[in-house]
Design a protein around this ligand. Structure first.
Ligand SMILES: [Mg+2]
Length: 103
């Protein structure tokens, strides 16, 4: 995270409090779930020649991915821990599963 981004997000946490920012994180996760669902439906509709909904759904999905990414950054600032180590371990595990042929 860039220094300016960290400062802005820290200010948001200080202004609104961790409870509020965590509630917003929950809401943004729900919005992402809905955007993924709409993206799949748009793809299905387009494959059946029912319009060009995918472009709009893709744009919306990108917005929601950004929202969740920002809230994840704030969660990392609020919940102190070795986030990078855990992330690295999980990515390594995914790599091992792929090599083994698991999903
Ligand atoms: Mg959102």
């Amino acid at each position: 995270m860039k220094t300016l981004e960290r400062q802005i997000l820290t200010n948001a946490i200080e202004k609104n409090g961790t409870d509020e920012q965590m509630r917003i994180a929950q809401e943004e996760c729900a919005e992402l779930i809905q955007a993924i669902s709409k993206y799949h439906r748009a793809q299905l509709a387009e494959s059946r020649h029912r319009g060009h909904a995918t472009e709009r759904a893709t744009k919306h999905l990108i917005e929601e991915i950004a929202d969740v990414s920002i809230m994840v950054d704030q969660l990392k600032l609020m919940i102190k821990g070795n986030h990078n180590d855990v992330r690295e371990q999980k990515i390594t595990r995914i790599g091992e599963r792929i090599q083994k042929g698991d999903k």
